[in-house]
Design a protein around this ligand. Sequence first.
Ligand code: AMP
Length: 280
Amino acid sequence: MEVYRDLAGLRAALAEARAAGREVALVPTMGALHAGHVALVEAARRPGACVVASIFVNPKQFGANEDLSRYPRKEISDIAMLTDAGCDILWLPPVEAMYPDGFATNVSVTGVSDGWDGAARPGHFDGVATVVAKLFNQVRPARAYFGEKDFQQLAVIRRMVTDLDFEIEITGVPTQREDDGLALSSRNVYLLPEERAKAVALPRALGVAARTILGGGDTARALEDATAALVAAGFAVDYVALVDAETLVADPAPGRRRQLLAAARIGNTRLIDNLAVDPA
Ligand code: AMP
């Protein structure tokens, strides 16, 4: 795997790959990689493709009181993991290359960014859309891969790609989970052992609510029960909601794909998760 920290080097390597007829696929990440990220790289791999992963802990998507300074950084093990996963190029831009003095552009995707995590974390999705638009222009991939784990983020990216005519095929990759159901996340390392044990309540509560709703049970009651189960496990709940899987509005219309979304804090750690409410 080739590692680039300057845009000129990255662009020269990508020009060479394209000249050789290779299709470029991008997997954007913030590093501290786990099997969820590896699943994205594996989904991106195709015969003859050139898979580019990026690692950039994007300051613009962290709020003032969030975990930017303590966000885990593991460059050496990340490089080993990406190499093993068959990634071809790693783009590791320094912050000055992404946001040089005078940087003044903001990409804001209204509507789909507004509720849920957008409301709980003001500016977060502007930061995500801005950095992803920039990564798309730097790498110019034919395809890009994002996890369904960050369900609202995926919806924001899809909206941006449609609205701004990026010629990039976006693929959402199913959430990779621990054996007990907890979604893999770089932030899981913050969990103390007793918090980790309780965190399983999050996927469980979503599973129970999905079964209730699919079985024709009352949605409001199912959401209340899920919230109560999380509180009982020691979580402070930001939201538990049933939304339209494309627009993310609450109370989806009949016939629309539905998704349960949840965000909740245990100790100092904020976890998110989601689950499709579809007949299997
Ligand atoms: P992050 O490094 O947390 O910004 O995540 C980088 C990409 O990996 C995003 O598209 C995430 O949605 C995706 N991702 C993170 N955790 C998981 C997971 N457990 N399963 C699948 N994809 C994931």
